[in-house]
Structure formats: structure tokens, C-alpha cells
Design a protein around this ligand. Structure first.
Ligand SMILES: [Zn+2]
Length: 474
């Protein structure tokens, strides 16, 4: 994938953010939406002190020094999470990314791989947590481990079980939230990685390596898997053969082109050999094991050229240098013949059908976009809402789709003060909406207010942030 490096951005967002009130807030006359049960509680007030919810009820009173906001019967949900993003792929990416998440009601993100040193990532995380920087809550899960030379720069590398154990020791020492396995690890090294992660008390998340079966990932205790493609592959009666074929060419030290050619053939084979009955048992197994999936279905939009027009606000809000990099010829698209595009569309349809089956089978899902300045046409914030729309188009109800962005992520991350409910003692990450989101997710596109770590961004402030993003993107 193309790598891009952005020059310094203007600091006007920081100015806006500095003016955001840090006072306590009393929201009155809200309808609290419970995304677990779908129940609505009208006529509620919610008191926010510092970054916590401290009281909820119909008749809350408070001292003089609070911002009083009459919500006029609007709907209140906990803030959204995007469970797979990359905000550190350039020096200044977070400056823009943090604001793009907030204007879309996304108050939590899990970073899954970065070019920044962990010390700098942790410093930003701490500044967000303390309220010094306004941004979504940040989970640092980008300690990716791959076989040498590494699919991306800056990865941890492991070609042997010993190297895997050493990588995990360093990851634990550096304080990452998880170990992330990557595509080119061999089976033995991957097993050692999983074992070491378990011993270190770190969850193993990430790619199921290309030479490893999905069932193996379950057996070694991987708890989170990124992207969706390996699920339809496990629903194919040819999964084992495809793994053997790849192991064979890689054992022969074939050049990378041959390796990628074998991998590229998988989509066609899966379409021919996908088996509904097998799929039902695979999905039941995943649900039983609690293997969480971050589908990133929206990534397909890049290949099908489902891109916004050049004048769409989301295009204009990203830095000009990023837009320019995205507009460069791409080798993946150049290779896309009509025949391959038809195959891609069939694969996307099969992914979505399998996705719906996975959800119905109780496979836990974490809504995620893979947004990054290095991933063309995947947008911080906006693409998470697109991903939720895909879930609804695939057959989930709006409540079920929202559950994957609001309730499932903080529970999977084991956060003490957040569980996708609006209740006393929880962190004040909230979104105020003009209409009931359980009826239509379109209302998420223009929140009336976003509260991030207790800081209230009303519509006027959100408009100002959008205006500044547009100006910075010029
Ligand atoms: Zn990613």
C-alpha cells in the first residue's frame, strides 16, 4: 500500500478545542436509549461531573455552576467506537483524525498499527484521557508481529518461536493493550506467539496468518480477528487444501509474486466451494469460543470504486496531500479487469451473506472501518457510519448494528468505566441525536451534540470544527 507523509497542519483545531467548556453539564429532557434491550426512557436528566456520569433521573438538580442543556426530548446514546483504525500513519494524522471522529459521534477508537513509537502514542493517549487533548478515547493495539521483512514498516518481526516469545516480552514491557498477529507468520511461530501472549496476560488479536486455519486460531486462544475474509474461507470445503497449497509454495521459497498469485486464487475457490452447512458449524464454533470479529466490510468500497465525489465534505476535510496521494494510480485497481471486478462483487456478496449468518449465530462483532490516511477512500469517522449502514443493508436491525459499535467494544476491551450503557459512574462519552436511531441510523450523520470525556461539543461547536477541517483541507 502507498505510504504518505503529510506536512504540518494548521493549528486552528487546537484553538477551537481549547475553547470547549470543561464545566459540568446537566442535560435535561432526554430520551435515554438502551442499546442492549432497545428500551427508551423519556424525560430523563443526566448530570455529568468531570468526565463521569454522576446522576440520572427525572428530577435531577444541581448547583449553579453547571452548563444546563435542555435537550428538548432528543435521544441520547453512548458514544460510538471504531475498533479498527490507524491514526499514526503520518506525523500529523491525529490532528485531523481526532476531530473527524468526534464530529461523527465516535468517542472511542482502537488503533491497530502505527508508525509512531509507542511512547508517543501513549503520551497522546494520556493527554486525551486527562482532557488536555480533545479526542476519542484511544486503545493502543497496534503491536503487530509479522514474519521478516514485515508487510509494513516498523512491525515486530518473528520468524521462529523464540523470536515470537521475545516480541511478546517486548510488547508486554512497552505496555500495549494486545498482541496483534499478522499475515505472513508461519504456523509454529504463530502458536508460540499465542502461547506467550496468554502467559503475558495479553489478548491475541489480529490477522489469522495466511498459512493458519481459522480453527487453529480458536484452539490457540486468539480472541479477536481483523477483517472478514477468513470466515468465508473457513466456510469453504477447500480451506485445508488452500492452506496446504500456500504452505507448499512458501516452503519452496517461491518468490513473492508466486505466493501472492496463490493467495489471489482463493476468492474464486471460495465462491465455488462455500458450504452453508459447514459454515453453520464454523460460526457456531466461533460464537462458542467468543472469537470477536472486526469485519471492516467497508474496505470493499475501494475496490468497487464506491468513492465520494471530489466535492463531498469528507473529501474536503482531509489534508490536500492525502487527497492527492489517494488520487494516484493504484496497482490494485490497475489490475482490476472486468472479470476480476465481477469476481470481487460476487465475493463481496458472499462476505455479506456470511456476515449476516455470523451475526445470527451469535459471533461477537466489533464495528470497524480500517480508516487511515494510508488506506485510500477510508475516512476517519465517516467510514464507521458507512460500515454500520452495510450491517443494516445486510439484515441487522439498527439496534443490532449500533450494539457492535457501542456495547460490544468497551466490553471486549475490558474497560472498567464503560460498558455501552448510560449509567452512573460511567465515563461521559455520549451522543445526542435528533431522532430515534433505532428507527434509522441516518440520524447519526448529524449529531446535535457530542460529549467526549465529559467535554460538551454542541451543534455550534461541531459546525465550527467542521468549518475548520474544511479550511485546513484546502
Ligand atoms: Zn488495518
Amino acid at each position: 500500500m502507498t505510504r504518505i507523509w503529510i506536512g504540518a497542519l494548521v493549528g486552528c483545531l487546537t484553538l477551537i478545542i481549547a475553547t470547549v467548556s470543561k464545566a459540568d453539564v446537566l442535560l435535561s429532557n432526554v430520551v435515554i436509549v438502551d442499546l442492549e434491550t432497545g428500551s427508551l426512557s423519556p424525560g430523563q436528566s443526566v448530570l455529568i461531573e468531570g468526565n463521569r456520569i454522576t446522576a440520572i433521573g427525572p428530577g435531577i438538580t444541581s448547583n449553579e455552576n453547571v452548563d444546563r442543556v435542555d435537550a428538548g426530548g432528543r435521544f441520547l446514546i453512548p458514544g460510538l467506537w471504531d475498533s479498527h483504525v490507524h491514526i499514526f500513519s503520518s506525523a500529523t494524522e491525529p490532528d485531523t483524525a481526532l476531530a473527524l471522529y468526534l464530529i461523527n459521534g465516535v468517542t472511542g477508537i482502537r488503533d491497530m498499527g502505527a508508525l509512531w513509537p509507542i511512547t508517543e502514542q501513549k503520551a497522546l493517549q494520556a493527554r486525551i484521557e486527562s482532557g488536555e487533548v480533545l479526542g476519542p478515547r484511544l486503545i493502543l493495539s497496534g503491536a503487530w508481529v509479522d514474519a521478516a521483512p514485515g508487510s509494513w514498516p516498523g512491525m515486530f518481526l518473528a520468524n521462529t518461536p523464540d523470536e515470537a516469545r521475545a516480541a511478546v516480552a517486548q510488547i508486554a514491557d512497552e505496555g500495549w493493550a494486545a498482541v496483534k498477529s499478522y499475515s505472513m507468520l508461519d504456523a509454529q511461530t504463530y502458536r508460540a506467539l499465542a502461547e506467550a501472549a496468554t502467559e503475558a496476560g495479553l489478548p491475541l488479536v489480529g490477522h489469522i496468518p495466511e498459512r493458519v486455519a481459522l480453527e487453529t486460531a480458536i484452539l490457540v486462544g486468539q480472541t479477536g480477528m481483523e477483517h472478514f475474509g477468513r470466515i468465508p474461507m473457513a466456510c469453504s470445503s477447500a480451506e485445508a487444501q488452500m492452506l496446504v497449497d500456500l504452505r507448499t509454495v512458501m516452503a519452496d521459497d517461491a518468490n513473492l509474486d508466486t505466493v501472492f498469485a496463490v493467495m489471489a486464487e482463493r476468492n474464486g475457490i471460495i465462491l465455488d466451494t462455500w458450504d452453508a452447512k459447514l459454515c453453520t458449524s464454523v460460526l457456531a464454533r466461533m460464537a462458542e469460543a467468543g472469537l470477536h470479529v472486526s469485519p471492516t466490510l467497508v474496505v470493499a468500497d475501494f475496490y468497487t470504486r464506491n468513492w465520494p465525489t471530489a466535492d463531498a465534505p469528507r473529501m474536503l476535510m482531509i489534508p490536500a496531500a492525502v487527497r492527492e496521494a489517494w488520487g494516484q494510480p493504484d496497482f490494485r485497481l490497475a489490475a482490476m479487469t472486468d472479470e476480476l471486478l465481477a469476481l470481487a462483487n460476487d465475493s463481496i456478496a458472499l462476505d455479506r451473506r456470511t456476515f449476516t449468518m455470523a451475526h445470527d449465530a451469535g459471533v461477537p462483532i466489533l464495528a470497524s472501518s480500517d480508516a487511515s490516511f494510508a488506506n485510500p477512500y477510508l475516512f476517519h469517522g465517516f467510514s464507521l457510519l458507512d460500515e454500520l449502514d452495510i450491517y443494516v443493508a445486510a439484515g441487522l436491525t439498527p439496534r443490532e448494528a449500533l450494539f457492535t459499535a457501542v456495547v460490544a467494544p468497551p466490553r471486549f476491551f475490558g474497560l472498567q468505566d464503560q460498558d455501552g450503557t448510560i449509567s452512573v459512574g460511567r465515563r461521559a462519552d455520549l451522543v445526542l441525536l435528533d431522532a430515534n436511531p433505532l428507527e434509522n441510523l441516518a440520524v447519526l450523520r448529524r449529531p446535535q451534540a457530542v460529549i467526549a470525556g465529559g467535554a460538551l461539543l454542541d451543534r455550534e461547536t461541531l459546525d465550527k470544527i467542521e468549518a475548520d477541517l474544511l479550511e485546513a483541507g484546502e
